[in-house]
Design a protein around this ligand. Structure first.
Ligand SMILES: NC(=O)c1ccc[n+]([C@@H]2O[C@H](COP(=O)([O-])OP(=O)(O)OC[C@H]3O[C@@H](n4cnc5c(N)ncnc54)[C@H](OP(=O)(O)O)[C@@H]3O)[C@@H](O)[C@H]2O)c1
Length: 276
């Protein structure tokens, strides 16, 4: 039975994917960072919860040792845990920016470094859950975009570096969902991390809320992402990246537009949602 570790399985995409893979013959080590969430996976067939925070080296290393002892190795690692913050890029407090990068970028890097020795160099997979936001940039979502764009770069760098050593058959795959119906944006929206003294305050509030509302309205179920992860784990030659969205063609087209057109589009969106 192929063994897969997924981070951030207490809700959303991680939870759906752990369940999806477990039902399709994978054994899932399901990462959760809060003790209270261990019970989510109690009694679920083919799933074992592992308690760790992707920002904590000590907790990551404990889980590495536990899986090494128990299972010997892993077929795949799915870096899914993530958070989102929003606000004007220059007015996000440093500690919020740092927290975002610690979770969304350094977290996957640390986890990958720690678990790489457990992956079989002849056939393993590393799947990084990025986002369409790793490439397509909206105003006032800065920390999230910065972290996901860097995660994309990390993934491509790793894939290419692995080609030149004995781990060449570890496939590194980026999964880029559009808007998914999870708690991610509710959590972000619940906190305003920038001060009223920001010159962008009013615009950021109205535009940020409008974009989040729009994202939520067009959101699709997390199982669509789970299916893409499953495909990337199951096919012999996975692609380097998978855009997951009913609007994937639209995103691909947008990504081909010149920057000046995308700037204009962003301006029109801001103008439409700005309140005096
Ligand atoms: N929702 C979308 O529209 C969307 C679109 C594209 C990509 N994504 C990406 O999909 C991934 C999953 O997000 P989601 O939408 O499923 O949101 P979610 O429901 O909020 O799930 C996030 C998961 O990450 C965990 N997590 C957060 N910080 C962590 C840390 N430091 N250590 C370990 N686990 C941590 C959370 O655990 P707690 O419950 O303990 O906080 C939770 O299990 C993220 O990487 C996100 O960027 C989401």
């Amino acid at each position: 039975m192929r063994k897969v570790l997924i981070t951030g399985t207490s809700s959303g995409i991680g939870r759906a994917t752990a369940q999806f893979l477990a039902e399709r013959g994978y054994f899932v080590y399901a990462g959760v960072r809060q003790k209270a969430h261990l019970q989510i996976w109690e009694g679920v067939k083919n799933v074992k919860a592992m308690l760790f925070d992707v920002r904590r080296d000590d907790e990551i290393n404990q889980v590495v040792e536990q899986i090494k002892t128990e299972a010997g190795g892993l077929y795949a690692l799915v870096n899914n845990a993530g958070i989102s913050n929003w606000g004007p890029i220059l007015d996000i407090p440093n500690e919020v920016f740092r927290d975002n990068l610690e979770t969304n970028l350094l977290g996957p890097i640390k986890v990958t470094r720690a678990f790489l020795p457990l992956l079989n160099g002849n056939s393993a997979r590393i799947i990084n859950i990025s986002s369409v936001s790793g490439k397509l940039i909206f105003p006032f979502m800065g920390p999230y975009h910065v972290a996901k764009a860097a995660l994309e770069a990390f993934s491509d760098t790793l894939r290419r570096e692995l080609l030149i050593n004995e781990m060449r058959n570890i496939k590194v795959v980026v999964v880029e969902p559009g808007s998914v119906a999870t708690r991610l944006w509710d959590r972000a929206e619940a906190t305003t991390v920038f001060a009223p003294s920001s010159p962008f305050y009013q615009t950021a509030l109205s535009v940020g809320h409008a974009i989040i509302k729009q994202e939520r309205a067009g959101a699709f179920p997390p199982e669509l992402v789970s299916r893409a992860v499953w495909k990337a784990l199951s096919v012999r030659r996975p692609k380097g990246r998978y855009i997951v969205s009913p609007q994937s063609l639209f995103f691909k087209l947008l990504l081909r537009l010149p920057d000046s057109w995308l700037d204009r589009l962003a301006y029109l969106i801001m103008r439409r949602h700005r309140r005096p």
